[in-house]
Write a protein that binds this ligand. Structure first.
Ligand code: SF4
Length: 927
């Protein structure tokens, strides 16, 4: 058994992991106790990483050799690496020759390592001569970049995780950290426990689990954040809570801002934001007068048509009150992806240059060109994510290279994205996972290595650079991302710079990193004192770490000097702007998107683990119960959710987390898991069929947090539910094959199922039964097509029942079933299968439409604790008999059921359940 220290590949917390491996296989993962981001802790996603890398899963999910499609929609066929790279070189060289360098585009990823990012950036800007290189980080944090630069002068988060231990006031806004940054949220919970006097303010349109820790919750209306921040500043000014000395010594532009916020009276702000006036005063007072105030924020501010203004006007509050540059204080943007920061550092975005240099600055361009040994780098900003796909849809970009990201799932306005992928003349997809939706559009698929196989570095939210290390060799013919770029670039050089020495002389990742390090000399993120060796011996380090420094820099701006021409920070006098697409009578709901606790992005990795579907099993749109009642909807009803761009069908679910006239769909539900047939017969495209690509004009980050939609009941009378256990080495492959059948129905979802065993759950609905062949195909894929299955068919009534039973350990158990037509028996048949209960007693009832179970079979309810498989019902039963304060009852619950005692991801939900269940057993409705 070998242990390898590395970093979790999911979120921007950047937890250290120790990977166990044996005989070339990853066998386990645990938190690294010495890593300063997590000190040994991991969340549900981190603790289950090794399940995504078992041989059974990788055989079904991984791309293991280059594949070429001769025509779109054709089955791809294998080709060798040399042929694949020659083909790519020929196609890209021809497009560049015929149409110029701006006719190609690279869409890359915050999941790439810094070294991968660096060579992609150099390939586009240094060799080809286009700035058309952008990344999915554009969807994640480009507003944070723009906000920092507009106010503090550089893209540098000034705070660190340790600041949660020093803060006296924590302002969490536009961030569901309990789900999106769970291990950081554990640190916040501990800090609050140690210091109950610390005030926690949470501002969000949704009352998420993060709000469970709040002393004050501000349920602001979608898109009203800038008005909230201006209103808080107005109150601070009025009450004399600002710091005139700090403002005079360290900032400029305050008078303009003061004039702007004069109109933002508490009455006006309360009305626009939907927040009571008294709460505005409390928030302003706590923020301004606390000895140290730390703001934590994320996509709620960033994914907005006024994302830059939201970021900058929050930073205004810190500058006006001097809440920056001291322990426990500062505006701290949390990054979504594990290496969004690394991408920013190497300038891997269409409007940036290496080491935080500006594309519009001729001196900066000259420095980068000199470093790379080229005559110049282009000055015209490239196409950002939304612009790039629009340009491809318009025929302007003809060759697209997509690496380590899944735009056919994650980009807004999928109709445009799909037009782009269809129209582009040549699409290269460089990917680890063959199951990503974007692979279906590739002319050429290049197999890449992934977590557990790669070497390099990543930077987390607090500017901390960590090593990523390989525990096992690359599978099949997969190559490292940087290696693929270098192999291609060296070929392209023979066309674009014949006879000249290569710009890509890299034998390994470290050589690339050393060039990146050299590019940072004298810059705000200077890491000339850092080396791979130092990371090996001293562990992860925060930038800057200049030559001669013994260690990295924990906090920035303690001296009040900012990286601007005059050393002063700049107030941003930016007015509040309404949403790009306001609600109206035709589209009366504000749809927002966000994360689930146990899933990651498009779920190419987490979507292979059944146990991660215990908390939220299937796609749904959440609405306020009053909105549902007004529309005659009940839990589980199917609804059409429709925006100006597209429409999807899915079940509705009541949730008091959601505000009135608002709705929520998790960002993860792409067409791989949620689809169906549109009115024109075309396949539906998941949640991002609905979202808008309207973006912030400064940061170009799209408004994924709001789209105006209408929600109407879907009258689909014919239903289907098919569930079966499957062998571990078939479950993911079956799910992939079932996807092809989803457009046979108006609504269909397909998800993994099961905890210790693997299975698949397929649910669908339509106006009428599809052809029998479609259901027979589903049965065959689920192992229910043979003569050993029991079957009942009534073609006239569109009813069908299939069940397969197996005898083992002295009992007969259900292995799989199909209910078609009437699915009411789901209430007892599904638990019978899920809990592997003896099924002899049910005999022919399994085949009778609408049959009730003869003995009580009760579903266990939603799984709350993933680690110990504890359900909401188990918790409710235990809470009936425990007494004391909320904290004591939570502790008793944890002692009794073990829930929340491993990774802790469920603690916020446990806290909510404690409040909802007084000891009498009477369930309160918690608003
Ligand atoms: Fe990974 Fe969870 Fe840590 Fe994020 S908080 S880095 S997902 S273990």
């Amino acid at each position: 058994m070998t242990d390898t220290r590395s970093t979790c590949p999911y979120c921007g917390v950047g937890c250290g992991v120790i990977i166990s491996s044996e005989a070339g296989q990853i066998t386990g993962v645990r938190g690294d106790p010495d890593h300063p981001a997590n000190f040994g802790k991991l969340c549900t996603k981190g603790t289950t990483l090794h399940f995504t890398a078992t041989p059974a899963v990788t055989r079904q999910t991984r791309l293991l050799q280059p594949l070429q499609r001769m025509t779109r929609k054709a089955t791809p066929t294998p080709l060798g690496w040399d042929a694949a790279l020659d083909l790519t070189t020929d196609r890209f060289a021809k497009v560049i020759k015929d149409h110029g360098p701006d006719a190609v585009g690279f869409y890359i990823s915050g999941q790439l390592l810094t070294e991968d990012y660096y060579v992609f950036n150099k390939l586009a800007k240094g060799l080809i001569g286009t700035n058309n290189v952008d990344t999915n980080s554009r969807l994640c944090m480009s507003s944070a970049v723009a906000g920092y630069k507009a106010t503090l002068g550089a893209d540098a988060p000034p705070a660190c995780y340790d600041d949660v231990n020093h803060a006296q006031c924590l302002f969490i806004v536009g961030s569901n950290a309990a789900y999106a940054h769970p291990v950081l949220f554990r640190r916040i919970e501990e800090a609050k426990k140690k210091n109950p006097a610390m005030k926690v303010i949470v501002a969000d349109p949704r009352r998420t689990d993060t709000a469970e820790l709040a002393d004050l919750f501000l349920p602001l209306q979608p898109g009203s954040d800038v008005m909230l921040f201006h209103g808080l500043l107005h109150i601070m000014l009025w009450e004399g809570w600002i710091k005139p000395d700090y403002i005079a010594a360290h900032t400029t532009g305050f008078d303009d801002l003061k004039a702007l916020v004069r109109e933002c009276t508490p009455e006006h702000v309360a009305q626009v934001c939907g927040v009571p006036k008294a709460d505005l005063f409390t928030a302003a007072q706590w923020f301004a007068t606390s000895p140290a105030t730390l703001s934590l924020y994320c996509q709620g501010l960033n994914q907005s048509s006024s994302g830059t203004a939201k970021n900058a006007t929050l930073i205004n509050l810190h500058l006006a009150t001097g809440q920056i540059g001291k322990p426990g204080a500062g505006p701290f943007s949390l990054t979504g992806q594990p290496n969004a920061m690394g991408g920013r550092e190497v300038g891997g975005l269409a409007n940036l240059l290496s080491a935080h240099r500006d594309m519009g600055n001729p001196a900066h361009r000259a420095e980068v060109a000199a470093l790379w040994g080229v005559a110049d780098v282009p000055s015209k900003p490239g196409k950002t994510a939304v612009e790039m796909f629009q340009a491809a849809a318009d025929g302007e970009i003809k060759a697209l290279w997509i690496a380590c990201t899944n735009p056919a799932q994650s980009m807004p306005d999928q109709a445009t994205v799909r037009r782009a992928l269809e129209r582009a003349e040549f699409v290269v997809v460089q990917e680890a996972y063959a199951t990503a939706a974007t692979c279906d559009w590739a002319d050429l698929l290049l197999p890449a290595t992934t977590w557990g196989e790669k070497e390099g570095t990543v930077t987390n939210s607090e500017r901390r650079i960590s090593r990523v290390r390989a525990a096992v060799p690359a599978p099949g013919e997969a190559r490292h991302d940087w290696r693929i770029v270098v192999d291609f670039a060296q070929r392209l050089e023979s066309t674009l710079r014949p006879g000249q020495p290569t710009l890509f002389p890299y034998p390994d990742a470290e050589t690339i990193w050393l060039e990146h390090r050299a590019s940072t000399r004298g810059r705000d993120l200077d890491i000339t004192g850092l080396s791979y060796e130092m990371l090996e011996h001293q562990g992860p380090q925060q930038w800057p770490l200049r030559e001669g420094d013994a260690t990295g820099t924990q906090r920035l701006y303690a001296d009040g000097v900012f990286p601007t021409a005059d050393g002063k920070a700049r107030f941003a006098a930016l007015p509040w702007q309404p949403l790009a697409e306001p609600r109206d009578s035709r589209y009366p709901f504000s749809l927002t998107t966000g994360r689930l606790r146990d899933q990651w992005h498009g779920m190419t990795r987490t979507g292979t683990i059944g146990r991660l579907f215990g908390h939220v099993a299937e796609p749904a749109v959440q609405m306020h119960p009053q909105d549902m009642e007004r529309r005659g909807l009940k839990d589980g009803d199917l609804v059409h959710v429709t925006s100006k761009r597209g429409s999807i069908v899915l079940p509705v679910q009541a949730s008091k987390e959601i505000g009135l006239s608002q709705a929520f769909i998790a960002m993860h539900w792409g067409a791989e898991y949620l689809s169906g047939r549109g009115s024109n017969g075309e396949p539906l495209a998941g949640v991002n069929a609905l979202t808008t690509s309207a973006y912030c004009l400064t940061s170009k980050q799209p408004e994924l947090k709001h789209a105006a939609v209408k929600i109407l009941k879907a009258e689909l009378s014919w239903n289907l539910l098919a569930v079966a256990w499957l062998p571990d080495d078939r479950a993911v492959a079956v799910q992939t094959e079932l996807r092809a059948l989803m457009p046979s129905f108006e609504f269909a979802s397909c998800v993994p199922f099961g905890r210790e065993r693997g299975g698949v759950l397929f649910r669908a609905a339509a106006h009428e039964a599809p052809e029998a062949a479609v259901i027979e195909r589903i049965e065959t894929l689920l192992g229910l097509g043979g003569t050993d299955a029991l079957r009942y068919v009534d073609k006239r009534l569109g009813q069908r029942r299939t069940a397969r039973l197996e005898r083992s350990d002295g009992a007969t158990r259900l292995e799989g079933f199909v209910l078609a037509g009437d699915v009411r028996a789901e209430a007892w048949i599904k638990p019978l299968l899920q809990d592997e209960l003896p099924a002899e007693a049910y005999g022919r009832l399994l085949l009778m439409p609408g049959a009730k179970a003869p003995v009580a079979v009760v579903a266990k309810g939603k799984q709350v604790c993933t680690c110990f498989n504890v359900s909401e019902d188990d918790i409710g039963a235990q809470l009936k008999s425990n007494h004391g304060s909320d904290d004591q009852r939570l502790a008793a619950l944890q002692n009794g059921l073990k829930c929340g005692t491993n990774c802790g991801s469920c603690i916020p939900e446990l806290r909510r359940l404690v409040r909802a269940h007084p000891a009498s057993g009477h369930v309160l409705q918690v608003a």
